[in-house]
Ligand binder design. Structure first.
Ligand code: CA
Length: 517
């Protein structure tokens, strides 16, 4: 803490001069002479790696390593597209990072494009090493098929992500209890539809809504069906050590049949596939939406923002209702490793300094910088805890957006600190998180596999088209075009014809190799 006090003191002086805060004793320096490293860093929050970010300026000052933006394809709509442009350019900068880098780095690493990090970490990165020692199994999960680790991931913190939210004030008005199981939930949604809980005399309520069309499927959990095996939509899942796709299971057929029935009966937003990202804002502020599945922190904010405009508004998280077989689970959760982060390319002339620089972000000072920004400006240390300043918490703007703008919470390889989110999680959501903690709701996640080249080719040949086919059929069934019971055998046959078993075969081989199955 003494060192951190020095930072604050240095910053208090430097604000007068416009200079940067400095760690006075230089103990975070990773090089004797200043070192510039070029970086490809495509992510959705900014165009490349911004050299003027306060977080970058501090890191540069403290470590002596300064990053120079060399992002290829800054205007590309996805990071995968930018990565393709980078690879096609034939020359790699010193560091390759950003969003969704895991697959290409694990593919090109063993071919020599990126440097294996295992020995470098072992010898020069004590903080990264300690982190992975404290989180067993994750190094295996991010390693490539040759057993080497090629990138340092962005490592999310915290357990819960999305939760089920319901209009408690509507329940109260209609004299209903929070639904404890799927039967009660359906009765509540029918009451929301029919009994005018918003009191305007019109049958205009939307019982289930969501701002993400992918979440249309989530209620199939209540029929024991899965929508994904991880925090990525439509992902594969592992059942007793075997890879499956959730959309090719009998439970899915049953769940989707009921979901389509809900849609036909007006229990689901008729525009759920098209309303888009403003659906939550619109349906809550217009007093129309009753029930959704969304993030704890951001969804809890509506109780504050709408308290003066929607009378009695009380939208709160509640326990997932028990499924048809009496199981209570929360499918969506935080994944412990992200496909985002950064790697050292083969052109890098100083991999030791680079891994020491990567290690800086896992030191106490580096992790605070990565999560909270500059002490004295964006946060203060109070009783040993980083607390955002009024400038951040009082701005009325989302804290994560403000962090992205200063280069904090950027998708570099770093350990996220859940204290960052807890501070702007409203009281109602904090209670919800504590409620979720009273039961064992979370499921194990599929953490992904690294393919050999021939496996990747099988996957690329079949999977994108297969997924498109699945999603088209599913949307048609939800909207009432076709009947899943009648169509099921033909659908399963189509999945087989289109290569599902080949895809599952390569995934299983990779899974067994990687996780020792
Ligand atoms: Ca109404």
């Amino acid at each position: 803490m003494r060192k951190l006090t020095l930072v604050a003191a240095a910053f208090a002086t430097s604000t007068l001069t416009g200079a940067l805060p400095a760690i006075a004793d230089g103990h975070l320096k990773v090089v004797d002479e200043p070192l510039e490293l070029t970086v490809h860093f495509h992510w959705r929050r900014s165009k490349g790696y911004i050299e003027d970010w306060p977080v970058e300026k501090a890191a540069c000052d403290w470590t002596g390593v300064c990053l120079k933006d060399a992002t290829v394809g800054k205007n590309a709509s996805t990071s995968s597209e930018a990565m393709n442009l980078l690879i096609a350019s034939g020359s790699l900068p010193d560091i390759v990072g950003g969003e969704r880098v895991r697959q290409p780095i694990n593919e090109y690493g063993p071919q020599g494009a990126f440097i294996p990090l295992n020995d470098l970490i072992d010898e020069h990165a004590p903080n990264i090493k300690a982190w992975f020692n404290e989180h067993p199994g994750l190094m295996e999960a991010i390693s490539s098929w040759d057993g080497n680790m090629y990138y340092i991931p962005y490592l999310p913190d915290g357990k819960y992500a999305r939760a089920w939210f319901i209009r408690q004030d509507w329940l109260d008005k209609l004299g209903l209890e929070q639904p404890n199981n799927i039967e009660e939930l359906e009765q509540v949604l029918i009451a929301f539809r029919d009994q005018d809980p918003n009191g305007n005399g019109q049958k205009d309520e939307i019982p289930y809504f969501n701002r993400n069309w992918e979440e249309t499927l989530r209620p199939i959990n209540f029929w024991d069906a899965r929508t994904s095996g991880s925090d990525t939509y439509h992902d594969f899942m592992v059942v007793d050590g075997r890879l499956q796709h959730p959309y090719a299971t009998e439970n899915f057929r049953e769940g989707l049949k009921n979901l389509a029935r809900w849609y036909a009966e007006g229990l689901i937003d008729p525009e759920i596939y098209t309303r888009g990202s403003s659906a939550r804002d619109y349906l809550l502020s217009e007093n129309l939406g009753g029930f959704t599945h969304d993030w704890f922190a951001s969804t809890s904010g509506y109780n504050i923002s709408l308290k003066d405009t929607v009378e009695g508004f009380n939208f709160i998280p509640f326990l997932p209702p028990e499924s048809i077989s009496g199981q209570r689970f929360q499918e969506h959760r935080r994944i412990p490793i992200k496909p985002d982060g950064w790697a050292i390319s083969h052109t890098n002339q100083d991999p030791i300094a680079t891994i020491k620089y990567f290690d800086f972000w896992f030191t106490e000072e580096g992790a605070l910088l990565a999560n909270f920004g500059i002490e004295g400006d964006h946060y203060e240390m109070i009783d040993g805890e980083p607390v955002y300043t009024d400038k951040i918490l009082g701005s009325g703007r989302a804290v994560n957006s403000q962090m992205y703008e200063i280069g904090a919470q950027a998708f570099r390889g770093y350990p996220q600190d859940y204290r960052y989110e807890w501070q702007w999680t409203r009281e109602s959501a904090r209670k919800g998180i504590e409620l979720y903690d009273t039961e064992d709701l979370l499921l194990d996640q599929f953490l992904g596999v690294a393919f050999k080249q021939e496996e990747q080719e099988v996957y690329d040949k079949y999977w994108p088209n297969l997924q498109t086919y699945m999603l088209e059929r599913i949307q048609a069934w939800v909207l009432g075009n076709g009947d899943i019971e009648a169509d099921w055998d033909e659908y399963v046959a189509q999945l087989e014809n289109r290569g599902l078993n080949d895809v599952l075969g390569v995934m299983q081989a990779a899974y067994d190799r990687q996780y020792g199955g």
